[in-house]
Design a protein around this ligand. Structure first.
Ligand code: 4H3
Length: 228
């Protein structure tokens, strides 16, 4: 979170990121934040109270209660549209589970929402939290410069991004599509839109059903599907 685009955004004050050490809120002499599960079984669970004390401390520091998200494989899968909604909030607090998880009562008492970054299990919630924080930060005004602007990116309009080319115009015998060299703005735009539709239909057919398409584009998609 200190490098590149997010690092720059933090230095400029566009976003603020703070990490909180749960061990600072442990209360025994070993500063334990985990214990064995009631009912037996493998592994350790995170104690409810250090997390509660940490969250309450955060609330006190910022003067309000942030939206509290637990990064968990049991959560709803993160999407660009959920990111857009979350980016409207002033504060979010991300809980990173470790070991076998967290005492259920903490989740009931404090957590607003569980979010997953995909159907697989990691050793901790830190990487999912970084994924969420990164995708959230780039939606905040002032984080991306004009030429990093996100309006055309994959998933922003429910479609995948069109193919892109830079110099040289011929690389190992492969030419850049002629329309992109034509300087004809309207044609370039039409080419890119069509490419977006075509590659979404081919690469991610499950996305194309939900996308907003014109009548012509629907017909194009139908043709692509019947070709296969
Ligand atoms: C989130 C968290 C995957 C995701 C996670 C995901 C470890 C949560 C432990 C940690 C629990 C296992 N794995 N898909 N792992 O977003 O504390 O459930």
């Amino acid at each position: 979170m200190s490098e590149s685009i997010i690092g720059r955004a933090r230095k400029s004050g566009a976003v603020e990121v703070n990490c909180h050490q749960l061990r600072d809120f442990a209360f025994d002499k070993h500063r334990r934040v985990d214990d064995a599960p009631y009912g037996g079984g493998m592994g350790m669970l995170m104690l409810a109270e250090p997390i509660a004390l940490c969250f309450e401390d955060i609330c006190k520091q910022i003067g309000k209660r942030p939206h509290f998200i637990y990064m968990s494989p049991q959560g709803k899968t993160l999407t660009q549209s959920r990111i857009k909604e979350l980016a409207q909030l002033d504060n979010v607090c991300l809980l990173c589970g470790h070991y076998e998880g967290v005492d259920e009562r903490l989740l009931e008492e404090f957590v607003d929402e569980e979010i997953s970054i995909g159907d697989y299990v990691l050793t901790g919630g830190e990487l999912p939290a970084l994924v969420l924080a990164d995708s959230l930060a780039r939606m905040i005004p002032g984080v991306l410069s004009d030429d990093e602007c996100f309006e055309q990116e994959s998933h922003y309009n429910g479609l995948l991004e069109y193919p892109q080319y830079t110099r040289p115009s011929v690389w190992r015998g492969r030419e850049v599509p002629a329309v992109l060299m034509s300087g004809h703005h309207k044609n370039v735009e039409a080419f890119r839109r069509e490419q977006s539709v075509i590659r979404t239909a081919k690469k991610r057919p499950e996305l194309i059903e939900k996308a907003e398409l014109t009548e012509k584009e629907r017909i194009l998609v139908k043709e692509l599907i019947s070709e296969e």
